[in-house]
Write a protein that binds this ligand. Structure first.
Ligand SMILES: [Ca+2]
Ligand SMILES: [Ca+2]
Ligand SMILES: [Ca+2]
Length: 466
């Protein structure tokens, strides 16, 4: 605004007197309204002095400076108006005396005055320009300050939010603490009651302590006794110390044994694993065996009952056997008392006959059977000795022995198999495959082995037994 005012004044002074008259109507006080914000805003923005945003920032802090400058301009304008009116009055008076010369002089003076005023206004303009620069710098400083304050405001807003959250948390904590205080109060009351009880217990314990003090005195006496025992135990301890060293040596030996046992344990572990596998197999076998055992147990019970019956039968049979044995003994006594026929010789309970002629084995047997006897059956060592004694040196005689039914299987004529034999060395040989009947040979050997197999068709003596 000031700058526009200055320019307007400068243009007015630069005009001719005639143009200046026309311009006087242009210069009006309404163009100098210093409080017109819209006009100020438009003027400054149009002349490029400040931007709209800067002006808005500078509006508040520079309002006082603007008012001051506006007042200054009003004073200057009033001075100019006074001078213009003065010059018009003097010019009209001189024009009436010497119009040309006076007009020229007036114009010269007016020019000088305007020149002086122009210098003064130029100086003032420079001063205003400096003030404007300082105000611009102040505006920048205030802008920076505003930016800082804005940042601080954001920070304070964030702190305010965090403090609000903390206040809410504190409220919650306060509520919790209040609950805890109530609980603690209840606990305090409970503890107070317990404290009273403990006080009573304390009194009881105090009396107990006095009794214990008496016991303590007694125990002190016992302690002296124990001290003596301790000395004895100390000596025993030394002995045990010696034993301990011996045990240490034994321990080392056991340690080596432990190592070997550990190796054995590993072997056993492997064996255990194998046995574990076997255990599974055995478990299965055990189940089947358990079934078999139950079946066998059932059969055992059955057999046990049978055994009991058989035992009963055995007892009865034993009794019968004993009775029969008694009878047999009586019969044997009677039989031994029986005498043999003529030409028959008695041995034990049998009678023996040796022929004095010779026949084959079959005819020999028939001859015996014709006399109610059969070829001799030798079933004991004594009988072998007796029968051999019936022969004379070099004689042979048929006996009741044959393998004619099955070659190699010798049977007695009474149907019993041969159990005890007295064959000669290398006999029976079934010579030429045709020797199926047994004979006894009289030989002066020390052994009883006197038998030989011979052809059944051969004619030999024979010996009967009945
Ligand atoms: Ca016999
Ligand atoms: Ca034979
Ligand atoms: Ca033979």
């Amino acid at each position: 605004m000031l700058r526009n005012f200055v320019r307007t004044v400068y243009d007015f002074l630069s005009m001719s007197p005639l143009n200046r008259k026309n311009s006087e109507t242009i210069i009006r006080m309404d163009s100098m309204e210093i409080d017109d914000g819209i006009y100020i805003n438009k003027s400054l923005i149009l002349e490029g002095l400040i931007t709209h945003e800067n002006f808005q920032r500078q509006k508040q802090p520079s309002r006082c400076s603007t008012v001051f400058l506006g007042l200054l301009c009003v004073v200057l304008l009033a001075g100019n108006i006074g001078q213009i009116i003065y010059y018009k009055i003097t010019t009209h008076s001189r024009l009436s005396a010497d119009p040309n010369q006076a007009s020229c002089n007036a114009l010269a003076k007016e020019k000088d005055l305007l020149q002086n005023e122009n210098d003064t206004l130029t100086t003032e303009r420079d001063q205003v320009q400096r003030n404007s620069d300082s105000l611009t710098a102040e505006g920048k400083w205030l802008e920076a300050r505003l930016s800082n304050l804005t940042e601080e405001k954001h920070i304070l807003q964030q702190r305010c939010k965090s403090l609000t959250n903390e206040r809410n948390k504190c409220k919650v904590n306060s509520s919790n603490l209040k609950d805890e205080r109530d609980q603690l109060q209840a606990s305090y009351n409970t503890l107070k009651q317990e404290s009273d009880q403990i006080q009573k217990s304390y009194d009881d314990k105090q009396r107990t302590l006095e009794r214990l003090q008496t016991k303590h005195n007694n125990l002190t006496a016992s302690k002296d006794q124990l001290q003596t025992n301790y000395s004895n135990l100390q000596r025993e301890k030394n002995e045990l110390q010696t034993r301990f060293h011996m045990l240490i040596a034994n321990r080392d030996e056991l340690q080596s044994n432990y190592s070997s046992l550990r190796r054995d344990k590993e072997k056993l572990q492997r064996s255990y694993n194998a046995l574990n596998n076997s255990e599974v197999y055995l478990q299965i076998s055990y189940a089947s065996l358990w079934k078999d055992k139950e079946q066998l147990h059932t059969r055992y019970n059955t057999l046990l009952s049978k055994n009991e019956r058989l035992q009963t039968n055995y007892s009865s049979l034993a009794t019968e056997k004993e009775e029969l044995q008694n009878k047999i003994n009586k019969v044997m006594v009677k039989v031994r008392d029986i005498r043999c026929d003529t030409d028959w010789r008695k041995f034990d309970i049998s009678c023996y006959f040796i022929s004095n002629i010779k026949k084959n084995w079959t005819d020999s047997r028939k001859a015996c059977m014709a006399q109610g006897a059969d070829l001799v059956v030798i079933d004991s060592r004594d009988e072998q000795v007796f029968v051999h004694g019936l022969l004379q040196t070099g004689q042979n005689a048929w006996i009741g022995l044959t393998d004619s039914v099955q070659e190699g299987t010798w049977m007695w004529v009474d149907g019993t198999p041969l159990t005890t034999a007295y064959w000669e060395p290398e006999q029976p040989n079934s010579y030429s495959g045709n020797q199926d009947c047994g004979e006894i040979v009289q030989k002066p050997t020390e052994t009883l082995d006197k038998w030989n197999d011979d052809g059944c068709f051969a004619a030999q003596l024979w010996i009967c037994e009945k």
